[in-house]
Design a protein around this ligand. Structure first.
Ligand SMILES: [Zn+2]
Length: 305
């Protein structure tokens, strides 16, 4: 009995599906469906770096994006046929839903090139950053600087203002970001220290517990943007990895590179120390992207093209 009914039923179902497709053609527009936009990591947090990967519906000549007030220039990875851009979410960004606005230009062929655009929203949640009670105090020259020290502080601020917001469009980094030293972590990014009951500004880097004289290695390929002593940072090396991404290495006892040098991931930049504002020898590394600090540990966890 079932055998005689089933062909009729399946025909009914097929007709119903066909009717639905005609009734709701806009429910799944082909153009939007074929943009594939993906972010890494799966959970985006304030202070976190991220990688956007985009597969557009047609071949593109160029692709750029706008993301929470930042401009992203995408690069094409021929192997995976995806466009990618490294970026981040500033620590000050409030949790919420933010749009990645994409604008591309199609490859000119029989038809002239045309502008295409697409937008996708991503949720940003609050990162879990610790609050730590700190008993240590720093020398008074850092809390009550003399006029000469104030001049040095001012000079350091001007150098940082001039160099640390630079954006070199070309990408120099390639593949994963590596640890600058093989050592235990003594303080994480985003932690807030409480000195004598007062909450200080958040820790904007990652601290490695290393004795003085430990080799400090480049986290990725790049160019030495700064290699000079500054008041708070001590002997300070900054690498420019391109696309607005910089890595910073503080409190070194010795430089092994000079400004303008090209470097490879793993190359020794200097030796660790306790110069500048440091409570003892350690390595403080920071990641800066288009003028905002990002979590170095989270950057090292991204798997990058
Ligand atoms: Zn630190």
């Amino acid at each position: 009995m079932n055998r005689s009914r089933s062909p009729y039923l399946s025909t009914r179902i097929a007709f119903s599906l066909l009717a639905l497709t005609f009734l709701f053609p806009a429910a799944n527009p082909a153009s939007a469906a074929s943009w594939n936009v993906h972010a890494q990591p799966a959970r985006l947090v304030n202070g976190g770096p991220l990688l956007f990967q985009v597969k557009p519906p047609q071949r593109l000549e160029s692709l750029s994006g706008s993301w929470i007030g930042h401009q992203l220039s995408f690069r094409f990875d021929a192997k995976s046929k995806t466009w990618f851009a490294l970026g981040g979410v500033s620590l000050e960004t409030a949790p919420g839903s933010y749009a990645l606005e994409l604008t591309g230009e199609t490859v000119a062929g029989k038809a002239p090139s045309q502008k295409v655009s697409f937008s996708r929203k991503f949720a940003v949640t609050r990162g879990d950053y610790p609050r730590i009670e700190v008993k240590l105090s720093v020398e008074s020259k850092f809390t009550e600087p003399s006029p000469e020290q104030q001049r040095q502080i001012q000079e350091g601020q001007e150098v940082k203002k001039d160099y640390l917001s630079r954006v070199t469009p070309e990408r120099e980094w390639s593949g994963k970001f590596a640890e600058p030293a093989q050592a235990a972590i003594s303080d994480v990014f985003g932690s807030q220290r409480i000195f004598n009951g007062k909450t200080s500004s958040p820790h904007l880097g990652l601290d490695f517990r290393v004795p003085s004289g430990t080799p400090v290695e480049a986290m990725n390929d790049g160019t030495v943007l700064l290699a000079r002593p500054l008041y708070f940072e001590g002997n300070f090396v900054v690498l420019d990895h391109g696309q607005g991404l910089l890595t910073l290495y503080l409190h070194l006892s010795e430089f092994k590179v000079k400004e303008g040098d090209p470097v490879k991931r793993g190359q020794v930049l200097g030796l660790s120390g306790g110069t500048g504002r440091a409570t003892g020898p350690h390595l403080h590394v920071a990641v800066r992207w288009q003028g905002t600090y990002l979590d170095p540990a989270a950057l090292m966890r991204l798997s990058l093209p």
